[in-house]
Design a protein around this ligand. Structure first.
Ligand SMILES: Nc1ncnc2c1ncn2[C@@H]1O[C@H](COP(=O)(O)OP(=O)(O)OP(=O)(O)O)[C@@H](O)[C@H]1O
Length: 363
């Protein structure tokens, strides 16, 4: 299938509205790359430039080593699946899936073979003679994916394909997409989503877009465990990672930080001698905060509010200085902690250290 290489790509609308700049990205055959980022950060724009539906303002896009900036969409070997399925309502599932192949003047037997194969992969065999209106939302989305599969594209592009589905169907269709990817290990896929769980579960690598550029590229666990900057730290994971301001008091293979709120914490992020005294933000995820009665706490605060979600309880503490309110997430039910003062600690491996917004882990 295909490798993609994006080099210094930029997009400006109407000569003045700069949306993306300096986008460098290597995508290898067989990867499922997910673009995430805040609303308006340019995810769809980047996908549409790859598809050829939007002009690339500057930079180069290569597919399998060939620069395709000026190659029309139909000749790029790309298939795009949209959030609105865009099925032809008066055509059956079979006709919808055959349409592009008919246009491409394929023979009847070739079309039949391709449609039957796609229908089998997507478990649509029993619906082939139905009209779209007689299908559920999830089935319609499968037909939309089927229309791409029959064309045997080099690259699949998905623009929020599940966002019109209800919660249960989203989960079921997400798993189907994951299985579809497993059944086509060599196909390259790029997937835009707002949904963190989709990003974490589907991606071989996630690209976080923010401030017109790439904030970080990495595997889901790299982004979760070692975010490069505070933006990614707080964008990935829910509730967001807590950031607590403090000062480095011990450097070395482990770093000790005293926090403005009174606590102390050890991080497995190493620091250099000359970084003693540096002002930093310590980052700890709510799920990595552990209750303690000892003196080795990083944070002590009154629980203002609790939310019991069944499997976990969220604890909402006071704000500490300029930072956001601290949130803890304890397994089980702890509604009784409301109004109490609680100490929280964290294991050194789970503690990030940021200076000027960037993780010291990556120097
Ligand atoms: N044709 C256009 N002319 C001018 N600006 C545009 C045009 N299309 C998109 N934009 C702007 O480009 C920016 C990026 O839009 P884009 O749709 O790529 O973002 P997105 O990350 O996909 O957003 P969302 O998550 O909300 O779908 C937005 O600020 C948008 O207003």
């Amino acid at each position: 299938m295909a490798d993609l290489k994006l080099t210094d790509i930029a997009k400006t609308y109407g000569g003045t509205v700069e949306v993306l700049k300096h986008i460098d990205l290597d995508i290898k055959e067989g990867e499922l790359i997910v673009f995430v980022g805040p609303s308006g950060c340019g995810k769809s724009t980047l996908l549409r430039m790859i598809a050829g539906l939007e002009k690339i303002t500057s930079g180069t896009l290569e597919i399998d080593g060939q620069v395709v900036n000026d190659v029309p969409p139909a000749q790029r070997g790309i298939a795009m699946v949209f959030q609105s399925y865009a099925l032809y309502p008066h055509m059956t599932v079979r006709e919808n899936m055959s349409f592009a192949l008919k246009l491409a003047k394929k023979s009847a037997s070739e079309i039949e073979e391709a449609v039957n194969k796609a229908a089998q992969i997507l478990q649509l065999e029993e619906y082939l003679d139905r009209l779209p209106k007689a299908l559920s939302g999830g089935q319609r989305q499968r037909v939309a994916i089927g229309r791409s599969i029959v064309r045997d594209p080099k690259v699949y592009l998905f623009d929020e394909p599940l966002s019109n589905l209800d919660a249960a169907l989203r989960v079921a269709t997400r798993i189907e997409i994951a299985q579809l990817k497993e059944s086509m290990p060599e196909s390259t896929m790029i997937y835009v989503t707002h949904d963190q769980v989709e990003a974490m579960t589907l991606a071989s690598r996630i690209v976080v877009l923010a401030n017109k550029g790439i904030a970080q590229v990495g595997t889901p666990l790299e982004l979760y465990e070692r975010p490069e900057n505070e933006f990614v730290a707080q964008f990935i994971g829910s509730p967001s990672m807590n950031l607590l301001a403090g000062e480095i008091i011990e450097t070395g293979t482990q770093t000790v930080v005293t926090l403005d709120g009174g606590g102390t914490v050890t991080s497995a992020v190493p620091t250099r001698d000359n970084e003693k005294g540096l002002r930093v933000n310590v980052g700890v995820r709510p799920e990595d905060m552990l209750e303690t009665t000892g003196d080795d706490y990083l944070f002590e605060g009154k629980v203002n509010f609790t939310e019991a979600l069944g499997e976990v309880t969220l604890l909402y503490f006071n704000k500490v200085g300029d930072n956001d309110a601290v949130i803890g997430k304890l397994p089980g039910v702890h509604a009784g902690l409301r109004g109490k003062s609680v100490r929280m600690k964290a294991e050194p491996e789970k503690v990030q250290v940021f200076h000027n917004g960037k993780s010291l882990y990556y120097r």
